[in-house]
Design a protein around this ligand. Structure first.
Ligand code: ZN
Length: 268
């Protein structure tokens, strides 16, 4: 039995050798990179679907250097505390799977899914997480049965709370990072004339109970290329003019505030 459902008709999807199929004969291929494409709008290749390749590589390089290790440690601590018995994990907005990988190292999971719109990111995800199934899909309409999932990870990704509520089992957890006011403020000060602080999301989420949190707040010294790579990872990148982005090239080193909280929620 599979917890995956067809994005067209919502019937159960059954795995074949190189594809998944539903009883109504909707068939979805697994690419040679091991990525299952369940997205229904691939035709418009001009439209950007998820992060492009340059961003994916920038993020991978940056994360591999360990600048965000304390965040990873917070996630591991919380998932060891709350998700020890989880068998099924969805990393919703998994990117190239840096956090998925650290979580799956410490849990005894049976099924691991990475959901993202970026095929490029999912190719790297598969390299980091060989036993996982990367799926091209929106996180706002995930191809999973309701009430079947033990644990969702949502790291620096948009929050699809209604979907989390639908697919998680009762009493199951999701873990999410939320950026705090000062997060990366020095980076914004370097680029913008009027740098702004982040708005902090409220803690309350309908249908969930906040169970725990770890605040990770530190400064880290970054050099040269890494500064630009970090900027590429952020949502600010899209909102910033080329002229402003060029300002980053002139910075040789900078001390940056990393300020996030990792929150655990239980489905009520
Ligand atoms: Zn179908």
């Amino acid at each position: 039995m599979s917890i995956l459902i067809c994005p067209v008709c919502s019937a159960e999807l059954t795995p074949n050798v190189k594809s998944y199929k539903c009883k109504n004969n909707h068939c979805f291929d697994i690419s040679k990179y091991g990525v299952l494409n369940l997205s229904l709008n691939n035709k418009s290749s001009k439209k950007r679907h998820g992060d492009d390749k340059a961003m994916v590589i920038a993020r991978k390089d940056f994360l591999d250097k360990g600048y965000y290790n304390p965040i990873k440690t917070a996630v591991i601590t919380l998932c060891e505390k709350y998700c020890k018995n989880a068998k099924t994990l969805i990393d919703a907005g998994c990117g190239e799977g840096y956090y998925t990988n650290s979580v799956t190292d410490v849990l005894k999971l049976k099924e691991i899914y990475g959901v993202d719109l970026s095929k490029d990111a999912l190719r790297y995800f598969k390299k980091r997480n060989e036993t996982a199934l990367p799926i091209v899909s929106s996180i706002f309409k995930m191809p999973f049965e309701k009430n079947e999932v033990d644990f969702i990870l949502s790291m620096f990704a948009p929050a699809a709370y209604d979907e989390f509520l639908r697919v998680l089992k009762k009493d199951a957890y999701f873990i999410k990072t939320k950026v705090m006011k000062n997060h990366l403020i020095e980076l914004k000060q370097a680029v913008y004339d009027n740098p702004y602080y982040n708005d902090e999301e409220p803690d309350e989420i309908v249908g969930f109970e906040k169970t725990d949190e770890i605040i990770t707040d530190y400064k880290t010294l970054m050099f040269g290329e890494d500064i630009k790579k970090l900027f590429l990872m952020t949502p600010y990148y899209y909102k910033t003019s080329e002229t402003d982005q060029k300002k980053l090239d002139l910075i040789k080193k900078i001390s940056v505030s990393v300020s996030v909280k990792t929150v655990v929620y239980r489905k009520m």
